[in-house]
Design a protein around this ligand. Sequence first.
Ligand code: PLP
Length: 398
Amino acid sequence: MVDYSILQKKYLVGTYVNRGLTFIAGEGVHLKDATGAAYLDLMSNYGVAIFGHGHPAVVERLTDQVRTLTTLHGSFANDRRAEAARRLTVRCGGGLARVFFSNSGSEANEAALKFAVLATGRRRFVACRRGYHGKTLGALSATDGRKFREAFEPLIWDVVFVPYGDIGALEAAVDDATAGFIVEPILGEGGIIVPETGYLKLASEICRARGALLLVDEVQTGAGRTGPFLASESEGIAYDILTLGKGLAGGIPFGATLVSRDVGERIPRSSHTSTFGGNPLAAAGVLAALDLLDEPMADHVRKVGAYFMAGLEAIGSGEIAAVRGRGLMIGVEVRSRRDDILKKLQDEKILAIPAAENVVRFLPPYVIRESHIDDALAKLAGILSGLSAGSPPPCAAS
Ligand SMILES: Cc1ncc(COP(=O)(O)O)c(C=O)c1O
């Protein structure tokens, strides 16, 4: 039998961590290897497989669209693209009036930064320490983290970094040369950090007062991940620019940059385009996703998310420093050996991902049920108690 992990290692540029597993199929909340062994997918490709794998409604819409039309340049109109743009704009609300479609979260943020420059005539940005907006050069300029940036510095434009959640620091950093402040409603890659209620509202007021734009990056938090369609919904802000991506096209590569009417009017023709952006296949995926992301689905995400977080807190292990998150965006900060924990979970056929230096992150599909969560909790509790039993008593450490 071909060993695809050797084949992949040989022929792919080695930019990814190698988790040592090969998956050839997915079904619901599980990924399957060549022997048919099923792994509980609590990462959903970093938050993409929001409806699990092979959701029948998504499969039907996508296969139908593959037969009808998959690719069409943005200089032509298309039924699916026009409808996806209209419905997405209406669904986001908050004064957002137009959308630019692309193919990834990074691309969505590239467009967001360029649109902010075009709309303000300024080139300076403010971003957050521990913030993550992607690894293409523009997005990377606003992404924090030495391991991502070091080899490529100096990066483009001028970005000032401020501590996440710190309104005083933001107030001091945004001035009349600032094009925009780019921010996640909850830090994802940075460790699942939930800011105080009102943070984005205050940030939006600070930006407005200085003629700068607020760029809300909902690539990870959006599309129902935290319960509501947008995590920032409850802040009641008038958006300037908002980005989305991940699973909003039912698993087809996707990014979206939504802009207010005012920003949209200041973006000239040809200033930014994409051959694949807004292709009818991805647009059909968006329509399928928007149909599925209804109120019962949002309630389910809230309910199982709260169940998962309560279960994690109830483990009561000394290895756990904190449990944070909202809906199905959950982080468990551990005191040590985070990567060991991830490996042991994987050995137990549970897939989770890292965040920051010490956080085990769970981004499960929204179709997850309490029974799956019980299974994961029992296995995690067993792993943590094994680690505690193996730890030297605190006073013997030195
Ligand atoms: C908040 C945020 N922005 C942007 C991105 C980049 O998205 P992509 O990997 O699709 O380019 C990510 C990816 O995890 C993200 O979490």
